[in-house]
Design a binder for this molecule. Structure first.
Ligand code: PRX
Length: 669
């Protein structure tokens, strides 16, 4: 990758933290200096946040890289750390979860309530024969029982494998089989977009193919009729009848805590394995430091699904280990109206909001007047995760949601990293819109060229140097794939040097101040007339035009330039993209990109009503590339809505500026 990558755009805006936040911040700039000379010693100090039954003998064992062991010899119980100890400290009546169902029902769960439920579920799982080391699959909607189930598994040392409730039979069965799960915890269904959406039939079909499953525990959420088999047990007839007394047992710091499957762009899903002490140390510390969590006054809301790593680390283990109060919401942001999120923020006086760029861009598309209708003054920190956030989306988030004052923390990390890795600290960092800024204290990230040499200023590959506490320990059952996927691109794993270097798969650039700008997956990077151009930069240039809400860019094979840039653009509501107006807009957008990034980056523009996204909201550029190159579509099974592709194909075939109103109408949310 040449150094031209990512040097096209420049961003000069920066926002200092609000002085009142800095004055009371949990973490100051000193943290970087404390961590720099000795990262393991820094993490050992953070591990003191947790309650250990037996203290570790050794902080880090990196004698057999890339297999790390953290807090060797230490013992603790994760559920005790997330629940019991807060109750013992006299905070049993503090709200742990304000749960909001999609139809408008709600539940308030205190730490004392959570302790009773987790103990009951732990007793039930034990009665069903689940012992430490057995795997339990969790396939639930966003209801409190999902949190209870995960904590109950952790309490008895049974690794959970949470499978996103929107996945199909095939995806669920593959994951149950790979982990060899003994029990599946599910529900009759959940609510989505205003109606009940069944889950149990999917589980029935999957379990029929998975002989390892002995029992299926079913939560009643919708009350709809379900087929009942020999393995099935109702949650309310078992868990809710069980004893609410349960003695937690301590587990080794390296005891497996969970497997979480990540599908990536190709191939079999990878079962990312996380363990106990190191994982909890890093997520607890990063939740507290990056969100500047004030346990007594903040109300935290992570809007990610519990089936993703963000939900694991910032809806379950991070906030609960810190004793936080949080909101959990079952449904979609547009049900029953576009203001639902802001209504929830207003209702619970949410002060920390954590969501994804895809949601922010959707909100931009819906219009500024939607959030303006609610009181969002309680918000003091805004988080973003999951994709590069375009500078204009960042600015919109700060201005329209954060009343031009709340810091935006763009947090870069992965399922594999377990915890946040690159992010501003809200009381310390002057943030630049669109940049994740610098590695957190105790973390070393770098931008390198092909030969693993650091690129001090410019674009390259994002790598992580040195082990970190919440890192994945392996791919479940496949150490070789673990090494091949992450460690064999650079350094010792590639047969060069002594250092083991973790390759993230992402491109990034480092600016003259040392701030990091994420450029998307390296597989997506385009080569136009010999220059590497990142899709992220062209997308951000498009989103900086006032009519654009969202854009996805791909490189399509071109006989002259190598690759030609094709842009699929969603306009903001009320913008006319038809006929003459559309043609003029197209020209305008091409010129706008040329002005922002240079004429080499000028894309072909086509207006669309929707973009193909994975169920976690990431744009599937691979499919857009198929359209742009006029090929048969590849695998669409991980798409949220596969009909979107037919409409995009139809739209791409028509000349720029032609009438796409039919497409728009048929996919309106
Ligand atoms: O490409 C990066 C992108 O999401 C990938 C990790 O995806 P996943 O394992 O699903 O975890 C997402 C939630 C932690 C990364 O390799 N990504 C994540 N956060 C950011 C990001 N890209 C740019 N900026 C971010 N803040």
């Amino acid at each position: 990758m040449s150094t031209t990558l990512g040097n096209l755009s420049t961003e000069t805006r920066a926002f200092a933290p609000p002085p009142e936040l800095t004055a009371q911040a949990n973490v100051t700039a000193a943290a970087y200096d404390e961590a720099a000379p000795d990262a393991p010693a820094f993490w050992a100090r953070q591990a003191e946040r947790l309650t250990w039954v037996r203290k570790w003998d050794q902080v880090l064992d990196w004698s057999n890289p890339p297999f790390a062991k953290w807090f060797v010899g230490g013992e603790l119980n994760i559920a005790y750390n997330c629940v019991d100890r807060h109750v013992e400290a006299g905070r049993g009546e503090k709200v742990a979860i304000h749960w909001e169902g999609e139809p408008g029902d709600s539940r308030t769960i205190t730490y004392a309530d959570l302790l009773r439920s987790v103990s009951q579920a732990a007793n039930t799982l034990t009665e069903l024969g689940v012992t430490a080391g057995d795997r339990v699959a969790v396939y639930l909607p966003m209801i409190p029982e999902a949190v209870v189930a995960m904590l109950a598994c952790a309490r008895i040392g049974a690794p959970h494998s949470v499978v996103f409730g929107g996945y199909s039979v095939e995806a669920l069965a593959t994951r149950i089989q790979d982990a060899g799960a003994k029990v599946v915890i599910t529900a009759d269904g959940g609510y989505r977009r205003g109606s009940p959406s069944a889950l149990k039939p999917t589980v029935d079909d999957a379990v029929a193919r998975c002989p390892s499953v002995e029992r299926v525990l079913v939560v009643r959420r919708t009350g709809e009729d379900v087929a009942w088999g020999e393995k099935d047990l109702w949650w309310h007839e078992t868990v809710e009848q069980a004893s609410d007394q349960h003695e937690p047992q301590a587990f080794d710091s390296e005891h497996p805590l969970f497997i979480l499957y990540t599908s990536g762009t190709t191939g079999r899903p990878k079962g990312i394995l996380h363990t106990t002490g190191g994982y909890l140390t890093q997520v607890s510390y990063t939740h507290w430091s990056v969100f500047d969590l004030k346990v007594d006054t903040d109300v935290h809301w992570c809007a990610a699904d519990i089936g993703w790593i963000t939900g694991h680390s910032h809806l379950v283990y991070g906030p609960l280990s810190n004793g936080a109060t949080q909101v959990m919401y079952e449904g979609t942001p547009d049900t029953p109206h576009h203001g639902r999120f802001w209504e929830i923020v207003d209702k619970y006086r949410v002060s920390i909001l954590y969501t994804a760029p895809t949601l922010i861009r959707t909100m931009m598309k819906w219009g500024d007047d939607v959030p303006a209708g609610y009181d969002l003054s309680s918000l003091r920190i805004l988080g973003s995760v999951g994709e590069p956030i375009n500078p204009e989306a960042w600015m919109w988030y700060r201005k329209h949601i954060g009343h031009d004052n709340a810091p935006v923390v763009d947090t870069w990390w992965q399922t594999e990293t377990g915890g946040m890795m690159i992010s501003p600290l809200p009381g310390v960092t002057a943030t630049k819109p669109g940049s994740a800024m610098t590695p957190l204290p105790g973390i070393t990230a770098d931008v390198v060229d092909d030969a693993a040499e650091s690129v001090p200023n410019g674009g390259g590959f994002l790598v992580l140097r040195g082990p970190w506490p919440a890192m994945l320990r392996t791919i479940w059952g496949d150490d070789k794939r673990f090494i091949d996927t992450y460690w064999s691109r650079f350094g010792a794993g590639a047969g060069a040097g002594d250092e083991w270097i973790y390759f993230t798969g992402d491109g990034a650039k480092r600016d003259e101040d040392g701030a990091l700008w994420l450029l998307g997956r390296v597989d997506d990077i385009m080569v136009v007339s010999g220059h590497n151009i990142s899709t992220t930069e062209v997308e951000s240039a498009l989103v900086s035009h006032p009519v654009v809400a969202e854009a996805a860019v791909v490189g399509a094979a071109d006989p002259i330039t190598g690759q030609a840039i094709a842009a699929f653009v969603i306009a903001r509501s009320n913008v006319d993209t038809t006929g003459r107006a559309g043609e003029e807009l197209t020209i305008d957008l091409r010129n706008h990109v040329a002005k922002t990034l240079g004429p080499i980056a000028k894309p072909r523009v086509v207006f669309v009503a929707e973009l193909p996204k994975t169920r976690s909201g990431k744009i599937m550029r691979r499919l857009l590339k198929d359209v742009a190159e006029n090929r048969t579509l590849g695998d669409v099974s991980t798409l949220l809505d596969s009909t979107v592709m037919d409409l995009i194909k139809a739209g791409y075939g028509t000349p720029a500026g032609s009438d796409v109103s039919a497409i728009r109408r048929s996919t309106a949310p």
